[in-house]
Design a protein around this ligand. Structure first.
Ligand code: 5GP
Length: 114
């Protein structure tokens, strides 16, 4: 498993507000939310960045998005909408080097990318 802070959450070495988990991924609330809803979807297998995803892991990346959509439906904001973001490396703003998808929702989000 990953040796990042997210690996520690996966291994229950540090606490997190976990909202979903299955054999392949875990989802928990971001400690520093950037929107009323801010959940991180993290594969349990250690993959540092989007650059490191192997072709054979394409389905796993798809499952991050599907889990986010399922969460949005379950929590009742799928129709209002939400944003899914994966940051990669320094210019992308990545700070934790275990692949993760940000789900942001709960208000109309600003447009733009910076
Ligand atoms: P990145 O910048 O790598 O795309 O996103 C990392 C995210 O992880 C940030 O939004 C940050 O707030 C969140 N984060 C960092 N450390 C922790 C932690 O210990 N617990 C939780 N729940 N989120 C964390």
């Amino acid at each position: 498993m990953s040796d990042t802070i997210f690996g520690k959450i996966i291994r229950r070495e540090i606490p997190a507000d976990i909202v979903y988990e299955d054999n392949e991924l875990i989802a928990f609330k971001d400690i520093s939310p950037q929107a009323p809803v801010h959940v991180l979807f993290v594969p349990k297998t250690p993959i540092a960045t989007l650059n490191d995803v192997a072709p054979a892991q394409a389905e796993l990346v798809g499952k991050l998005f599907l889990a986010a959509a399922a969460y949005a439906r379950r929590e009742g904001f799928a129709d209002d909408g939400y944003r899914c973001v994966i940051n990669c490396n320094s210019h992308g703003g990545q700070t934790v080097f275990q692949l993760h998808l940000h789900l942001l929702a709960g208000q109309a989000l600003r447009g733009g990318f910076a």
